[in-house]
Design a protein around this ligand. Sequence first.
Ligand code: 48F
Length: 262
Amino acid sequence: MEGKSMELNEVVITRAIIDRYYEKLINNLETDVAIVGGGPSGLVAGYYLAKAGKKVVLYERKLSIGGGMWGGGMMFNEIVVQKDALHVLDEFGIRYVEYRENYYTSDSVEAISTLISKAVKAGLTIFNCISVEDVVMRPDRVTGLVLNWSPVEMAGLHIDPLAVGSKVVIDATGHATEVVAVVQKKVPGKLRTETGKIEGEKSMWADNAEQLTLKNTREVFPGLYVAGMSANATFGGPRMGPIFGGMLLSGEKVAKELLEKL
Ligand code: 48F
């Protein structure tokens, strides 16, 4: 029977959004892994951890997830990926084309949108528009994150944050190493770097940087791992520009290590 469709009610729409968001928040107050930064390394880490059944959440400051991958190199929206990392593209079903031996290209929009979509579908919970401004600490380790709305941060409003607990935190904040920076400044103890401090990113050297990204992906302070560009910036590796294999492999590595540990 053809019936009149039910009239939509604005208050029900509002209630649905508040209820569902609230559920999501409450469900993620305590997690196995909390990832800071929704660029390629954080998303790949989140995907593998969620796929393996871990409770994993990702916080991204911006409205859009994806970090620096959307724009390829200088807004030419193509990325380069080397052979060693093609298995990650295959895992996600991201298409690529060979350019020369060991150089493959992908459409950056397909690449990042697929990373986001597959990670969420694997079970990663993502909160956008939230900035991590601090960590929760105990004398000997990082035990959680201190959060606030990005618009609060942008407007400089004097509003106290909220906190969440996590067995492990991953700093995947890219060049800025924001979580490591806050730990260096405010948590007693030393980072597991040569000087005990953030070594700082070096200028571009793609080949070296890609290898070091993987090597530098590790625990830098009890309870705190670094992945992606943040790993290189923390341990003093160079930048690599728009080649993304290292980012993908870094996300895979940190997930693997944590799966063995947790
Ligand atoms: O920079 P980004 O894409 O990190 P990544 O995974 O990948 C690096 C590459 O994009 C590129 C490169 C490879 O050639 O060097 O730069 O290492 O993404 C980092 C994300 O973290 C967010 C930021 O908005 C970005 O989307 N972010 C940074 N600090 C915070 C944060 C914070 N305090 N709270 C929440 N999100």
